[in-house]
Design a protein around this ligand. Structure first.
Ligand SMILES: NC(=O)C1=CN([C@@H]2O[C@H](COP(=O)(O)OP(=O)(O)OC[C@H]3O[C@@H](n4cnc5c(N)ncnc54)[C@H](OP(=O)(O)O)[C@@H]3O)[C@@H](O)[C@H]2O)C=CC1
Ligand SMILES: O=C(CO)COP(=O)(O)O
Ligand SMILES: [Zn+2]
Length: 348
């Protein structure tokens, strides 16, 4: 018999200034001795250094590593540093947190997630998106043992990152539609509770769209809550189905095709507009909500040439092939892709 297993973080701390409590939170989590702080080139200065001093104040022996790409090479490099470490703390955007999560999973230790931006829903989830030569893979991982989300730091991140987080949450609408479709057509496992949580998260964020403003701690808190709750839906499902459908396939395709891709959540938001059109749903509502949040709604605002949008639409069905979506097994023809992108105003 198959048993259900839901993996969640043990403690989630959020609020302005909570970063300074990292050392004490790690003690409460029963971590001790040597720990590795993994961060990005910018985020090490923005938050990593405060994390290090808080850990040192609590007698941790700290080593550091800079992560530039969410690749398997980076995961292995972190793993190489993990001997005798009790945990790796990922301080930064989604890239850093995914690498920390995967390296801790493979080395049998813990990770702590310390987001510096509310840009993605991998903050607390048991999944890691790791880039490889063909694009990226979605891997099962141990969830972080703890989450420390400092809404003061997150509110001071470039607003574009917060708007991207909203795009990643709004994509739950089409992700759940795709999941339901796969359940009906292919009898794929489906969880009502995971889908309900995913949709409530998207609805709550949309209702708050008018309050999501640059530089406000309250706005950062709304989005952080949504991203963590989306991550919980992923935990309940045991996979990213409640938060990743055809709109994510489109974003993953852009990451491969576009010379300079936009942010993950920005691309997913634009993907949601188009995939909602294909589902016959209210795509204009998705577009208008993204506009209210000041997230990109078209190719120009993404900074991506229309030709790459069309190519990504045509390639998307081939990504994460096991995940059946509205794009079907054959995907879109060029003519259909152009029509879709024009009809939804993504290209002129
Ligand atoms: N595991 C999962 O379930 C999920 C994983 N993801 C993955 O997460 C990644 C997307 O995350 P995202 O955060 O958008 O991208 P990145 O982690 O690439 O971060 C984007 C940029 O923002 C910078 N940054 C972060 N915080 C701040 C700050 N406070 N101030 C200034 N700059 C800052 C980073 O700096 P620096 O250069 O220092 O890194 C980086 O240059 C993708 O790889 C995606 O696949 C997305 C959703 C879910
Ligand atoms: O980005 C994700 C959820 O928001 C995870 O997506 P994937 O499982 O497609 O990598
Ligand atoms: Zn996502």
């Amino acid at each position: 018999m198959d048993f259900n297993r839901v993996k969640l973080p043990r403690e989630i701390h959020s609020g302005p200034g909570v970063l300074k409590e990292t050392g004490s939170i790690c003690k409460d989590l029963k971590l001790s001795g040597r720990v590795l702080v993994a961060s990005g080139p910018r985020t090490m200065k923005i938050a990593g250094e405060s994390v290090i001093s808080s850990l040192q104040d609590h007698e941790f022996d700290v080593e550091t590593i800079i992560i530039k790409k969410p690749s398997m090479d980076a995961v292995e490099e972190v793993q190489d540093h993990m001997e005798n470490m009790s945990a790796v703390l990922g301080v930064g955007g989604g890239k850093v947190i995914d690498v920390a999560k995967m390296a801790s999973t493979r080395s049998g230790t813990h990770s702590v997630s310390i987001p510096t931006a509310a840009s993605h829903d991998g903050i607390s989830s048991p999944r890691a998106s790791i880039k490889n030569q063909g694009g990226s893979v979605s891997l099962s991982a141990e969830p972080p043992i703890g989450v420390v989300a400092d809404t003061q730091i997150i509110s001071q991140a470039p607003f574009r990152l917060l708007a991207a987080g909203c795009g990643d949450i709004i994509s739950n609408y089409t992700a759940v539609l795709d999941w339901k479709l796969a359940h009906r057509l292919l009898n794929e496992d489906y969880s009502d509770s995971a889908a309900a949580l995913s949709l409530i998260t998207a609805e709550t964020t949309i209702k708050a769209a008018g309050h999501i403003k640059e530089g406000l701690i309250e706005s950062a808190a709304i989005v952080v809550k949504g991203l963590i709750s989306s991550g919980m839906a992923i935990s309940i499902a045991g996979n990213s189905r409640p938060a990743s459908g055809a709109e994510h396939k489109f974003s993953h395709a852009l990451d491969i095709i576009a010379p300079e891709p936009a942010l993950h959540g920005e691309q997913c938001g634009v993907g949601t507009i188009m995939m909602m059109y294909l589902h016959g749903g209210d795509w204009e509502f998705i577009r208008d909500t993204l506009k209210t949040i000041k997230a990109p709604v078209n190719a120009q605002e993404l900074g991506i040439e229309p030709e790459y949008i069309i190519q990504a639409l045509m390639k998307a069905h081939n990504i994460r092939k096991e995940r059946y979506t509205i794009l079907g097994d054959r995907g879109l023809t060029e003519a259909a892709a152009i029509k879709l992108a024009r009809k939804t105003g993504v290209i002129d």
